[in-house]
Design a protein around this ligand. Sequence first.
Ligand SMILES: *[C@@H]1O[C@H](CO)[C@@H](O)[C@H](O)[C@H]1NC(C)=O
Ligand SMILES: CC(=O)N[C@H]1CO[C@H](CO)[C@@H](O)[C@@H]1O
Length: 173
Amino acid sequence: MLSNCIITTTLLSLSAVASATEIALYWGQSTAKQDSLATYCSKGDADIFILSFMNNFSSASNDPPFEINFSDACGIKGANGILKCDTIATDINTCQKLGKKVFLSLGGGTGSYGFKSKEDGEAFADTLWNYFGAGKGVSTEDRPFGDSIVDGFDFDIEMGDILYLCCSSMSIP
Ligand SMILES: *[C@@H]1O[C@H](CO)[C@@H](O)[C@H](O)[C@H]1NC(C)=O
Ligand SMILES: CC(=O)N[C@H]1CO[C@H](CO)[C@@H](O)[C@@H]1O
């Protein structure tokens, strides 16, 4: 359990979980037709798969509170206006059964993201936890990956100076 931490870089989030011998791969932004997440997990070349990206977020009070994009791997939105990625959801479970970890990456090279205040970041951490982690605050129907729970979050902050993302309720294994 992390408490009151402010994560500012990709390196910090990854180093908390990855040992020197683990290989992490970003998946989800190929502009060509992508093989499924489960295909890569089954190949055994990597230990951690980082779903990329949640590339638009600024406040938990936006409706919807964020946008995600996995290129051609997920294209159908749910009633809440957020992508509903059933295949990725199934594949997350498949990967986890194979002993792989699956993270969701926030940021990327395109989009619009960042917080105006520490409070915004704290509120958004709860949103993340409810939509992608073990939080119970959002219905399965509204969660992009349904019942599947990601193992952690990655921060690929390529734009802006600082990301306030406080993780009072996040647990990164
Ligand atoms: C999603 O990402 C793909 C690949 O980067 C890009 O071509 C596409 O325009 C993006 N879609 C939206 C709605 O931003
Ligand atoms: C959901 C969300 O945060 N949407 C934002 C995406 O970025 C534009 C600015 O480029 C905002 O206007 C949206 O609110």
